[in-house]
Design a protein around this ligand. Sequence first.
Ligand SMILES: CC(C)(COP(=O)(O)OP(=O)(O)OC[C@H]1O[C@@H](n2cnc3c(N)ncnc32)[C@H](O)[C@@H]1OP(=O)(O)O)[C@@H](O)C(=O)NCCC(=O)NCCS
Length: 209
Amino acid sequence: MITDTSAPNGAVHDDPIADAKAQEATHNFTFRNATMDDVPALQKMIEESLRALGKDHYTQAELDGSIGWLFGPDTLLLHDQTYFILHPVADPKTVCACGGWSFRRTLYGADTAPGRMPEKRDSRVERASVRAIFTHPGWARRGLGTMMMRYCEAKAREGGFDRLEMGATLSGVALYEKCGYVRSGKKDRVVCPNGEGIRIVHMVKDLAS
Ligand SMILES: CC(C)(COP(=O)(O)OP(=O)(O)OC[C@H]1O[C@@H](n2cnc3c(N)ncnc32)[C@H](O)[C@@H]1OP(=O)(O)O)[C@@H](O)C(=O)NCCC(=O)NCCS
């Protein structure tokens, strides 16, 4: 068993397949900042991601009520340059995964979602948030979600934060637990315009110093 000190949480690696996937992902995909020109592609990708990868966790009615209202881009993060796209190295237009972090108080959700709190957090006493991590179903389980999480954690650290939190979808919990996040015990239920409630799980992580 090898302790990978380059992993943000000092993760313990004993899984050669996961390591090979991570190496392949790092070799074939790269990051760029998302811009306002990407919004239509992000909306489409987030919908495709949730409909394919969220269907075991949320009902059809829950997905219908939440996609494009609760789930979608928060354009403040695009302006802040804290939201990223993972794309094939030779094809920057193809959105394989997206995600970000934020120093704003809003914990989750698209521009249209409730709970917008654009005030800045104080890194001395508050956690930054990890926001809206999605992988396109065509690229799922190839390590891109993990690669995005590590990138967002590194960027949040550059931004002065070493403690993170998130409002996780049920379909994201397995990835986040694998990345070292733990449930705080807090939960939300966001009621959508069609009356359906979306369950959200609060998770936290302290980055290794
Ligand atoms: C959650 C999500 C981002 C994961 O993306 P991904 O690129 O497939 O993630 P990775 O390939 O890095 O997966 C890393 C590990 O997380 C866990 N994991 C990821 N997806 C999982 C799933 N559907 N079921 C169980 N475990 C899962 C596994 O341990 C996986 O390792 P393995 O593939 O070696 O078993 C993706 O499934 C998704 O976009 N889901 C729908 C949208 C969503 O809920 N996003 C979260 C918003 S807060």
